[in-house]
Design a protein around this ligand. Sequence first.
Ligand SMILES: Cc1cc2nc3c(=O)[nH]c(=O)nc-3n(C[C@H](O)[C@H](O)[C@H](O)COP(=O)(O)O)c2cc1C
Length: 231
Amino acid sequence: MAARGRPFRCERAPSGPIPLTIILKYTWRHLSCMILGISGSPRNQATEYVLGQALKMLEERGHPTELFSVRGKEIGFCRHCDYCLKNKECYFEDDMYTLYPLLRESRGLVIATPVYNGGLSAQTKAVMDRCRALFAAEIDVLRGKAGMAIAVGGDRMGGQELAIQQIHAFYILNGMLPVGGGSFGANLGATFWSRDTLDGVQEDGEGARTLRKTVRRFAEVLERVEGDGGR
Ligand SMILES: Cc1cc2nc3c(=O)[nH]c(=O)nc-3n(C[C@H](O)[C@H](O)[C@H](O)COP(=O)(O)O)c2cc1C
């Protein structure tokens, strides 16, 4: 993991036959400098697709990425049992235990949610609430990291901006830097109109524009934070 106060540098893996020790070394380096994308959709449809596009754009700009989807995972709601406050870990050993180390090691987040009832999905919210255990163990674990948001609705104006604001609130509460796409096109972040299908989201040229603008700004912030030594 990048040490505080030291400029963050991601290196590329060498070409040619690679010994196991080097593979392990680069796997560790990759995990410790990657941008984590989280899809809050239970389906492999529009949300996961556009998140994949966002991560591809970031990879093309030299930022390693990992994608975690809630699809097919067991992620229960936070029960507010406060076990984590005493024990610094969650009582429920479900698939959040795969996500916790990824969140810890990431240097930025891209949270993508489908729009459900005018806001984010219950799955996305469950992930956020279960982060209480992560913060109980290390309050500043996400502090200073950049975050962008993607919302995909079946309607053109179905609540995408409210869903993004809910994701931004999570970023702000935890000391992160929420990044929007800027006025004249993307505003708070990437917003898509899927018409409830994968084909629909792939045909949403305006949504794709909001994604490009947001990813560009997000990458700029990542590079600036890196230039400041991650502070
Ligand atoms: C329970 C539920 C509630 C939904 N509510 C909304 C809504 O309020 N606004 C909207 O635009 N779309 C709504 N949708 C449609 C989804 O946002 C849309 O189909 C989206 O593409 C789903 O993401 P996915 O393709 O990744 O599954 C809802 C879908 C479900 C299942």
